[in-house]
Design a protein around this ligand. Structure first.
Ligand SMILES: [Zn+2]
Length: 253
C-alpha cells in the first residue's frame, strides 16, 4: 500500500519538477500562474494535469489546440515516480527516504535544465549544499565531517580541474555550475562517494562522447554538458556505491 503511495507521490512531485525545469531558467515564479499550454496559452484544467495518466488519455496532445505536448513531461514524471519507488524500497518510510528523494529530484531538474540550456542553476546547487550539510547533522547515514569533506573535495577537485584546463587550453572546459553540483553531491553522499561519482561520470561521459562522435562524425558541434553525467554517477553511487567499492577491494586483494 505504502509502496503505491510512494509511486503516486513521486509522480506528483515529478509534475512539479516539470514546472521548475521550464520556469527556473527563465527566472519565472514556480508558483503562479498555474500550468498552461505553451502554444495556445490556455490554462490546463486539473483533470488534464494528472501526472502520466493525462498525457496518455490526451494522446500527447493539447486538448484545445492539439499541439504536441513535450515528451519531457511524462518522462520526468515517470523517472521521478520510479526514483521515489526505488528509494522507498531501499530506505522504507524514513527521514533518509525524504532526504535522498529531495537530493534525486534536485539532480533530475539539474540534468534536464543542463541538457536544454548548458547551465546548472545556482538556486538549486547552492541551497543543495546547505541542505546536504544540515541533513548530515540529523541523519543516521552519514557523519557531518564526511559531508563537510565531501563538499570541500567535490568543489575543490573540479575547481582545480577547471582552472588547469582553462590555463592549458585557454578556454573554459568545465563550468562553475559543475563545481557547485559536485559540492552538493559531496554534501549529501560524503567524500568517498565524490571520488566514485567522478570516476563513474568520467567513464560514462567518455563512452557517450565516443559513441556520439562515431555516430555523428567529428564535426558534431553540440557541447555535451557534464552535469547529467555527474548526476547519473551520483545516483549510481547512491544505490550501488558500497557494492562497487566492496567489489573493487575484493578484485584487487
Ligand atoms: Zn494548446
Amino acid at each position: 500500500m505504502l509502496t503505491i503511495v510512494s509511486i503516486i507521490f513521486g509522480a506528483l512531485i515529478g509534475s512539479f519538477l516539470n514546472v521548475c525545469i521550464i520556469r527556473l531558467p527563465k527566472e519565472e515564479s514556480i508558483i503562479t500562474p498555474g500550468s498552461h499550454c505553451p502554444h495556445c496559452k490556455k490554462a490546463i484544467k486539473f483533470y488534464d494535469n494528472v501526472p502520466l495518466i493525462s498525457y496518455l488519455l490526451l494522446g500527447g496532445k493539447c486538448r484545445y489546440c492539439k499541439n504536441t505536448i513535450s515528451f519531457q513531461y511524462p518522462l520526468v514524471e515517470g523517472i521521478t515516480a520510479l526514483s521515489s519507488l526505488f528509494l522507498f524500497m531501499r530506505f522504507g518510510p524514513s527521514l533518509s527516504y525524504l532526504v535522498y528523494f529531495a537530493f534525486v529530484t534536485a539532480l533530475i531538474v539539474i540534468t534536464v535544465i543542463d541538457l536544454y540550456h548548458q547551465i546548472i542553476p545556482d538556486v538549486i546547487s547552492i541551497p543543495g549544499v546547505g541542505v546536504g550539510l544540515l541533513a548530515s547533522l540529523i541523519f543516521p547515514h552519514i557523519a557531518f565531517l564526511d559531508s563537510l569533506i565531501g563538499v570541500l573535495l567535490g568543489g575543490g577537485s573540479l575547481f582545480l580541474v577547471a582552472t588547469l584546463y582553462q590555463w592549458f587550453f585557454k578556454r573554459e572546459g568545465m563550468g562553475g555550475g559543475d563545481v557547485k553540483l559536485l559540492a552538493m553531491i559531496g554534501a549529501f553522499l560524503g567524500w568517498k562517494a565524490v571520488i566514485l561519482t567522478i570516476l563513474l561520470s568520467s567513464l560514462i561521459g567518455s563512452i557517450t562522447g565516443i559513441i556520439i562522435m562515431v555516430l555523428k562524425g567529428k564535426d558534431f558541434k553540440y557541447a555535451i554538458p557534464f552535469g547529467p553525467f555527474l548526476s547519473l554517477g551520483a545516483v549510481i553511487t547512491l544505490f550501488f556505491g558500497e557494492n562497487i567499492i566492496r567489489w573493487y577491494l575484493y578484485v584487487n586483494r
